[in-house]
Design a protein around this ligand. Structure first.
Ligand code: FRU
Length: 459
């Protein structure tokens, strides 16, 4: 309401594709994000109810959820999780086993669930591929005993190669100086074995040495000197049928520049009806998310070159995390996760899954469902996140990852005060053009089936 038609027209994203190496960056605008409150929120719900459109809401997770444990029955905290895949994004089994990688931490080591990030390690889990609802067996940490206590291992992706070899792209975090953590996108080549004697584990993983790949350039991607709170992480590696012979990576970044120096642009606002100078003065220029793109310059994927970001959320949101592409019916769906508390001043949205669709990996992406919101937690957006009456499920799950069949896995964070640290029930998205809806049925906890089999079929 009240938005001049000419401005509104300027808000229309076309979906048009650009050369991946060109400098076109789609802007997720404040006007786009405002559509959550304008058209996807019910202002009249009783305080603390879910105010989001049901079709954009993840169903409520029961508070009596089960937790994941190691083979001795000891709980393992689990959050961001990614399955073993190929470069086309299929979930692959190897020699009859499904394999997933998770950030893990130890619930008994004397720190809280919210302090887990600096202790994060990558763990792996497996299950027979023909029993995808049988739960997961914990294999341990992939780099067991190797990462110093001042460092952490954050999210990434795992790509199958030949004969049980695979490539683990992850974020190496150095917290030696806690006020300036250093992020390095890193590769380690690994090997999966399933040929152990009968008294050994069914499956084990060993890793080779770390190969640092990328640190932010300070030109497109903000670095630690520009902002100690910069984001640079979550590499997702993939190939694009439209660009044969090339291998790409998307990752979470921030727009480069000194923290707080950016002046919000009209193009960041779109037809929000606001004034760029006033938006800057509100402090919205501290929220400077982008989604980065890099291309491999060698066949072993050990050498990479930055390309300009494919999306920015300047003055909109500070985090577009765990980005990934799902290529479907010739369209490129760019999914990412974001938080209620990383929105810029004047904007409100839920924790959850966001998405955009275009004709190529660099496009004038259309925000899914016009706002970019694909699936939020049950939230009363009419109340602040810190209001004591707020919906107890506003943080029920996070770190959603979209898989073949449009199944979405995530981890449980906080269900009505009960903290998680375990895989959530999987849910299914219905994707049609630039519109999505959430199937209102919870599938099994940690349901992460494979759709492609590699190696022999198992026992
Ligand atoms: C998302 C995230 C990732 C990061 C990890 C750290 O949940 O913030 O971006 O790799 O968690 O725990």
């Amino acid at each position: 309401p009240g938005v001049p038609a000419a401005h509104a027209a300027g808000d229309v994203h076309t979906g048009q594709a650009y050369d991946p190496a060109s400098s076109y960056t789609m802007k997720w605008t404040r006007a786009d994000a405002m559509k959550i409150m304008q058209t996807q929120n019910n202002p009249n719900v009783p305080p603390g109810a879910n105010s989001l459109l049901p079709s954009l809401t993840m169903p409520a997770i029961p508070r009596n959820f089960p937790v994941m444990t190691d083979p001795n029955g000891k709980q393992v905290w689990v959050w961001d999780t990614w399955p073993l895949t190929d470069l086309q994004g299929n979930n692959v089994s190897y020699n009859g086993y499904n394999i997933i990688f998770s950030l893990v931490a130890d619930p008994y080591a004397g720190y809280t669930f919210d302090d887990r990030h600096v202790h994060a390690r990558i763990g792996y889990w497996y299950q027979p591929s023909d029993k995808p609802t049988s739960g997961w067996t914990y294999g341990g940490q992939v780099f067991a005993g190797r990462t110093p206590a001042t460092q952490a291992e954050w999210s990434g992706s795992a790509k199958i190669g030949k004969n049980g070899q695979f490539q683990l792209f992850y974020t190496h975090m150095n917290f030696a100086d806690r006020s300036k953590p250093k992020a390095v996108i890193t590769l380690s080549n690994g090997r999966i074995r399933t040929d152990h004697p009968a008294d050994g584990p069914a499956l084990s993983i060993t890793m080779g040495k770390d190969q640092p790949l990328l640190e932010p350039d300070g030109k497109w991607y903000q670095n630690v000197a520009q902002n100690p709170y910069y984001s640079f992480r979550d590499p997702a590696v993939f190939t694009d049928p439209a660009n044969p012979g090339k291998t790409y990576m998307v990752f979470e970044g921030n727009t480069a520049g000194q923290r707080g120096a950016y002046q919000c642009q009209q193009s960041d606002l779109g037809a929000s009806g606001e004034n760029p100078a006033q938006v800057t003065a509100s402090g919205a220029n501290f929220q400077m998310a982008n989604i980065g793109l890099a291309v491999a310059t060698d066949r072993k994927l050990t050498s990479w070159k930055f390309l300009p970001p494919i999306l920015s959320g300047n003055c909109v949101n500070d985090q577009t995390e765990r980005p990934q592409f799902v290529i479907k019916n010739g369209k490129y769906y760019l999914f990412t996760i974001s938080h209620a508390f990383t929105y810029a001043a004047g904007l409100r949205g839920p924790d959850g899954l966001y998405g955009f669709v275009g004709d190529g990996i660099r496009s004038d992406f259309k925000p899914l469902n016009t706002s970019g919101l694909a699936m939020g937690n049950p939230t009363d957006l009419n109340l602040s996140p810190t209001d004591p009456r707020q919906n107890g499920r506003q943080y029920q799950s996070y770190s959603h990852y979209v898989m073949p069949g449009d199944l979405v896995e995530s981890f449980i964070d906080d269900v009505d005060g009960r903290r998680g640290g375990t895989l959530a029930p999987t849910v299914k998205l219905n994707i049609s053009g630039a519109t999505t809806s959430v199937n209102q049925q919870l599938l099994p906890y940690g349901y992460i089936p494979s759709n492609v089999a590699v190696g022999h079929p198992g026992k």
